[in-house]
Design a protein around this ligand. Structure first.
Ligand SMILES: O=C(O)CCC(=O)C(=O)O
Ligand SMILES: [Fe+2]
Length: 442
């Protein structure tokens, strides 16, 4: 058994293409840190890295415009700024990839009382084999979904001067507009703006929401949370647990609604709407409009998730899988899959999508999961520290340092990996406000 560490938030959203390690302690969050991008570039005679600092300046002026990608498009650009350009090797890898025909599973949630066993096994199959599925007959009226897309679009199409008061990179802001939450960290910026609203577990003061979408976001929060409860019940049963298991450990409580706006892109082949990433939550329920572009990774191929009128897309997050984090993946001990997905940029637009992320969002629970005993799994849950007070951070740091000193003697083969992980954990505990979950990998 070993305690190991994993720092989830930052690497989640980068195009991986490969396997991620299944390791222990993790942190969860959507914060970004402002730091210079390090990219290859020509050194200038002053000893600095010209390309790096130019890029940083470009990122900064884009950010300071507070107008997002929508603002760029409104200014009439015909070429995308270079901060949005994907590295050529990524584009080449995409071009070289052969296509694979695969149909995303569709799970019918209608008439659950008479079709429960059938639905549970469909959910099990989709969550285990693919990690992505669409749900139909979920109970949220199509007209209502259309209205959600319309108010999200209306918000993003407000004049810049009206929207600007919501533009923020504040870590703890509950309602904020940004373009690229990881602007200063990612390899290239994405062609997307996002309205991010933390709707639960603590009720959001409606006054914080922009008036144009206030009413609908409040209503959608309730509808999507009820659907979340239904899905968590089915997922619990799929794990062989009592139906309320995942709801009882508060999986559906904390949730955020992300209203994405992908403007039409003049050079879509050079960038992406959303880079490849894994969702750092329990579960995501996504509403997409009819434009398309969402893809997920399956058997080393990008598979399209075609828009189905009235359907919602569901994907397992890292927390549920029990993969490298306290996720549905961790909870399910790797039975469920959290898979990489992305959104292509398009000449057609704007594309609107609305993601609902189920995760903690400051909820002060100390309850964890674990099916480890039941499923003879890999993880043994230890505890969660969330928004650590300073004293706890210091304690965490000291304990981690002690572990670093002692562990190499105990686990020689893993000494270097474990040490590196613990350094990350200590940094994470001391520097950030992220959630830190401790668990053992058997
Ligand atoms: O816009 C989409 O279709 C996907 C968005 C997404 O993956 C996310 O918000 O995590
Ligand atoms: Fe996602």
């Amino acid at each position: 058994m070993a305690i190991v560490g994993w720092h989830a938030g930052e690497t989640q959203r980068q195009r991986g293409g490969g396997e991620r390690k299944l390791v222990g302690t993790c942190s969860i969050g959507f914060q970004t840190c402002k730091r210079k991008m390090s990219i290859a570039g020509t050194s200038d005679p002053m000893g600095g890295n010209r390309a790096t600092s130019d890029r940083y300046q470009e990122l900064k002026s884009f950010d300071e415009s507070k107008a997002g990608v929508k603002g760029l498009v409104d200014s009439g650009i015909v070429n995308i700024p270079r901060i949005f350009i994907r590295p050529p090797d990524e584009v080449e890898a995409d071009e070289a990839e052969e296509s694979l025909q695969y149909t995303v599973p569709v799970v019918d949630l209608g008439d659950l009382s008479s079709r429960r066993a059938e639905t549970v096994s469909a959910v099990l199959e989709a969550a285990r084999d693919v990690g992505f599925f669409q749900v139909v007959n979920h109970g949220i009226p199509v007209r209502f979904l259309e209205e959600m897309l319309a108010v999200t679009r209306a918000f993003h199409e407000l004049p810049r001067d009206v929207k600007v008061r919501y533009y923020s990179r504040e870590q703890n802001g509950k309602v904020k507009l940004d373009s690229n939450f990881d602007l200063y960290e990612s390899k290239f910026a994405n062609w997307r703006d996002t309205l991010f609203c933390v709707m639960g577990p603590d009720p959001l003061d409606p006054e914080e929401l922009p008036p144009v979408c206030r009413d609908m976001y409040g209503k959608y929060s309730k509808e999507v949370q009820a659907l979340g409860v239904t899905l968590f019940k089915l997922l619990s049963e799929a794990l062989g647990l009592k139906p309320d298991y995942l709801a009882d450990i508060d999986c559906p409580k904390g949730h955020a609604i992300l209203g994405h706006y992908y403007p039409a892109c003049p050079e879509p082949e050079l960038t992406l709407g959303t880079s490849g990433h894994w969702d750092p939550d329990f579960l995501t329920i996504l509403l997409q409009d009819s434009i398309g572009g969402l893809q997920f990774r399956y058997q080393n191929h990008w598979i399209d998730v075609p828009p189905v009128p009235g359907a919602l897309v569901v994907n397992i997050g890292d927390l549920l899988q029990g993969k490298p984090m306290f996720s549905l993946q961790l909870i399910s001990n790797d039975l469920f899959k959290s898979v990489e997905h992305r959104v292509l940029a398009s000449k057609v637009g704007p594309r609107i999508s609305i993601a609902c992320f189920f995760t903690f969002y400051d909820y002060p629970t100390t309850r964890g999961s674990c099916c480890s005993n039941r499923l003879a799994g890999r993880y043994e849950f230890v505890g969660i520290c969330r928004h650590l007070p300073l004293l706890d951070k210091i304690l965490c740091f000291i304990i981690s340092m002690l572990c670093i000193a002692i562990l190499p003697y105990m686990y020689k083969a893993r000494a270097i990996a474990v040490t590196a992980m613990l350094v990350k954990v200590s940094i994470c505990c001391t520097v950030s406000h992220r959630v830190v979950v401790w668990y053992y990998v058997r």
